[in-house]
Ligand binder design. Structure first.
Ligand SMILES: NC(=O)C1=CN([C@@H]2O[C@H](COP(=O)(O)OP(=O)(O)OC[C@H]3O[C@@H](n4cnc5c(N)ncnc54)[C@H](O)[C@@H]3O)[C@@H](O)[C@H]2O)C=CC1
Ligand SMILES: O=C(O)C1=N[C@H](C(=O)O)C[C@H](O)C1
Length: 266
């Protein structure tokens, strides 16, 4: 297989560490450098807890792109940084694979237009885990028959964004197959603000944050006399890595921005 050269932004994070391991272990991936919030000028091997790789650490993504000229940027940072990094990658002709969450629908449409104008492929994957993609696909199918649905997403308490990217993507997929529908009692009141969760076209999303959790989601459907629950659990971050690998391999042949791995995994 042809070698693919990579930059990883966010290498010291939970996901970034796994992605560095993935790059090390995949024979046709070559990690050229990493982009961090600190450690400018160091080598990765000089940072505690990081693998002994003799590659440079940058804090300036533009400088990194100019000096390293990678094929692909993997971004696993924060919502604000992810947005800036994606735009910069498109400007430099580097294909972005963005696992970072917190993108709005407007962001995605604007960035897709830019990717198409530049003819640079890009992937934003709110969830790289195959089981989570299946959970979303199954939920979309179930919603055709059982349109009353609530989404419960549960994550570790270091997560910055709520609701999760996965919950928002799930709601989007469900809204593609059902009419907007106000759920619950038509006259229900929220006596404590937020009690009914966030609302997307009448669907409710509830976000739980607790130490001990990793990434979990239940999609609950209700109909007369029955309920259906579709649940996915990521119990560690290795669960996301096959999706990262597939995204890196696929983004090279794209000329647009793909939002969600369900468009890549048939
Ligand atoms: N798509 C998916 O399957 C998954 C996505 N995520 C998302 O990935 C992102 C990262 O998650 P975690 O690794 O758990 O977070 P984390 O907080 O453990 O790691 C984020 C890292 O990014 C670094 N960072 C922040 N801004 C940066 C910048 N401008 N340049 C370079 N590095 C920067 C931070 O210093 C930190 O080391 C989040 O948005 C999360 O929602 C997390 C798990 C799975
Ligand atoms: O922050 C996380 O951890 C995760 N974020 C993604 C999301 O917001 O959906 C994917 C997964 O749920 C883990």
């Amino acid at each position: 297989m042809k070698e693919i050269t990579l930059i990883i932004a966010g290498p010291r994070g939970n996901m970034g560490k796994e992605a560095v391991k993935l790059a090390e272990q995949t024979p046709h991936f070559k990690l050229l450098a990493v982009v961090d919030t600190k450690n400018e000028g160091k080598r990765l091997r000089d940072i505690s807890d990081m693998p002994a790789l003799d590659i440079p650490v940058y804090t300036d993504l533009e400088k990194c792109f100019t000096e390293q000229k990678p094929d692909v940027l993997i971004d696993l940072t924060s919502p604000e940084s992810g947005r800036v990094h994606l735009e910069l990658a498109l400007d430099y002709g580097v294909r972005p694979v963005i696992g970072t969450t917190g993108f709005s629908q407007e962001d995605i449409e604007r960035l897709r237009a830019k990717a198409e104008e530049k003819e640079v492929g890009a992937i934003i994957a709110p969830n790289f885990a195959i089981g989570a993609i299946l959970m979303m696909k199954f939920a979309q199918t179930a919603a055709r028959y059982m349109p009353d649905v609530e989404i419960l997403e549960m994550h570790h308490d270091k997560k910055l964004d709520a609701p999760s990217g996965t919950a928002q993507k799930t709601a989007q997929l469900i809204s593609e197959v059902r009419e907007a529908k106000k759920q619950g009692h038509p006259e229900e009141t929220e006596d404590l603000p937020g009690a009914r969760g966030a609302e997307v076209e009448g669907m409710r999303i509830h976000s739980i944050r607790l130490p001990g959790l990793v990434a979990h989601q239940e999609v609950l459907f209700g109909g007369p006399g029955q309920t259906l629950t579709i649940r996915h659990d990521s119990i560690n971050r290795a669960s996301f890595m096959p999706g990262v690998r597939l995204s890196v391999e696929t983004v090279l042949s794209l000329k647009t921005l793909v939002y969600g791995l369900e468009h890549i995994i048939d």
